[in-house]
Design a protein around this ligand. Structure first.
Ligand code: AHR
Length: 505
């Protein structure tokens, strides 16, 4: 039988709420239609922002929201998106199908949206086609409390108080769409940009540089970590413990074996995708270890500001749209469990992308909205936020499949646990496509005599490709029950995501 042991007194670290972060980009129907419909729309809205989407997102307590890209960020000029909407320029989105951007959604609308959903804003500045001056001015516009011309302009545009944006990205994927730079050249850009992007007296700044592409082993192990930090070193004091940047952001997308779509996949493609998701754990170890060479005091946090599934039908010219099944829910749960297990290393992550794009939590169609299985994973997992991650030991069989020469295996059970407010919160996935799994759960290390009841939330479809549609939008949704716990066994259904809360007092 599979053993799951939670070692209650082996503390890994605090689960940074920013691990449960999100990402939106001016891409396809993410921002326009998905979030912003304009104040004149028949769809219920608050200052142009969809009410249904606001309500759904607020419920899952999104900690942080990254914007405006993605590739879009390195061709975005923030002044295009302020002032009277009718007078904003119509610009061409060169990254995503040469679509026209009305710029109706700009800095003020983004901050408004963040406040309505309760998320911290994280703005990615333009390095590719921008300048340190443009980035510096954007920070001043957002954050300066004094009486400068840019602060006056912000007030004239409706915001008396500074926005106090703490999190700033210094470009996106500079190794690719952000400018195709070698790591050493990008390090020089980061030094220039970071020097001028000051706090403007508005409080803490947290500056995030672009890290490697996770599916390129050379970048992960060498170029984009070691060479980048080598290039940054002149900004590091001899004690090795001060840096001009606060975060370093890995990107990793979970892609299939080549065949199979979001809804239509074989058993082999199912296991392939889950195995690809599990690669996140070794990426975290590799990138953090390489960062430690130059940042032994871990002053620079490991951020993963784009992650999620990318299925074959998601193409740039059609807005990277794809459906989302129980298989995607498992990918989300496996990732979040990995992030929680590595709470001592991972400071922030942002799933790509919140609405209508890639591994979306929400899909919209005109005035309709549906919550995907991935949304429900975030809803269930929100209780980990701010808890203390504790060690989980799982002794589970491996399962998988073979197709010709290709063989793939994953552990059947994976999970993570955290302690908060005298509760233990344990999340567990059963990755088997067909078999339930009986587990023996043990809590080690603290007196747990008081643990008599378990609250059990579960997300499980009829099969692994089960999903929600606009016609049947609640087909996949979590169920919850309370069971008397005789310290016996629990049976996890196939392809299921489970969350167990145990009161310890
Ligand atoms: O999320 C879609 C795109 O994927 C982003 O714009 C880019 O950063 C990444 O390659």
């Amino acid at each position: 039988m599979t053993q799951v042991k939670v070692v209650l007194d082996e503390r890994i670290g605090k689960v940074n709420p920013n691990i449960f972060g999100h990402f939106i980009e001016h891409l396809g129907r993410c921002v326009y239609e998905g979030i912003f419909v304009g104040p004149e729309s028949k769809i219920a809205n608050t200052r142009g922002l969809r009410n249904d989407v606001i309500d759904a997102l607020r419920k899952i307590e999104p900690s942080i929201l990254r914007w405006p890209g993605g590739c879009f960020a390195d061709d975005y000029h923030w002044r295009d998106g302020i002032g009277c909407p009718d007078e904003r320029p119509r610009t061409v989105n060169i990254n995503w199908g040469y679509s026209i951007d009305s710029n109706a959604f700009g800095t003020h609308e983004f901050i408004d949206f963040c406040r309505l959903i309760g998320a911290e804003p994280y703005i990615c500045a333009n390095v590719g086609t921008g300048t340190p001056q443009e980035a510096r001015n954007w920070v001043e516009y957002c954050n300066f409390p004094g009486d400068s011309s840019l602060a006056r302009l912000r007030r004239a545009n409706g915001s008396e108080e500074p926005f106090n944006v703490k999190y700033w990205g210094i470009g996106n994927e500079l190794w690719g769409c952000g400018g195709s730079l070698p790591p050493g050249d990008y390090a020089i850009e980061v030094r220039r940009f970071a020097s001028f992007m000051r706090d403007f007296g508005g409080g803490d700044m947290y500056k995030i540089a672009c890290g490697p592409r996770g599916d390129d082993p050379c970048m992960v192990r060498r170029d984009w970590v070691l060479e980048f930090f080598e290039g940054m070193q002149t900004q590091t004091l001899s004690d090795g413990c001060r840096s001009r940047i606060d975060g370093f952001a890995l990107h990793y997308y979970t892609r299939g074996a080549g065949g199979g779509g979001a809804l239509d996949f074989s058993e082999h493609e199912y296991y392939w995708l889950l195995n690809a998701a599990l690669a996140m754990e070794s990426l975290i170890r590799q990138v953090r270890t390489a960062m430690d060479v130059y940042d032994p005091c871990r002053k620079v946090g490991l951020v993963i500001d784009e992650w999620g599934t990318w299925h074959p039908e998601a193409k740039g010219d059609t807005g990277l749209e794809q459906q989302n099944t129980m298989r995607d829910a498992l990918v989300a749960a496996l990732h979040l469990d990995i992030f929680i297990k590595h709470a001592d290393k991972v400071v922030m992550t942002n799933i790509a992308q919140t609405i209508n794009v890639l591994q979306a939590l929400i899909l919209t169609k005109e005035d309709k909205m549906l919550l995907t299985p991935t949304y429900h994973v975030f809803d269930i997992y929100k209780r980990h936020q701010g808890g203390t991650s504790v060690r989980v030991l799982v002794d589970a069989p491996t399962i998988g499949s073979r197709s010709g020469e290709s063989c793939v295996e994953v552990p059947q059970i994976a999970g993570a646990a955290s302690l908060r407010d005298d509760d233990l919160f344990l999340t567990l996935t059963n990755s088997s496509i067909s078999d339930e799994c009986e587990i023996q759960l043990e809590l080690l290390g603290l007196s747990v005599d008081a643990a008599k009841e378990l609250k059990w939330e579960q997300l499980v479809g009829i099969d692994a490709s089960d999903h929600n549609t606009f016609e049947d939008s609640t087909r996949v949704r979590p169920q919850s029950k309370v069971i008397n716990w005789d310290k016996g066994t629990l049976v996890l259904p196939p392809h299921s995501v489970n969350a167990i809360t145990v009161g310890l007092k």
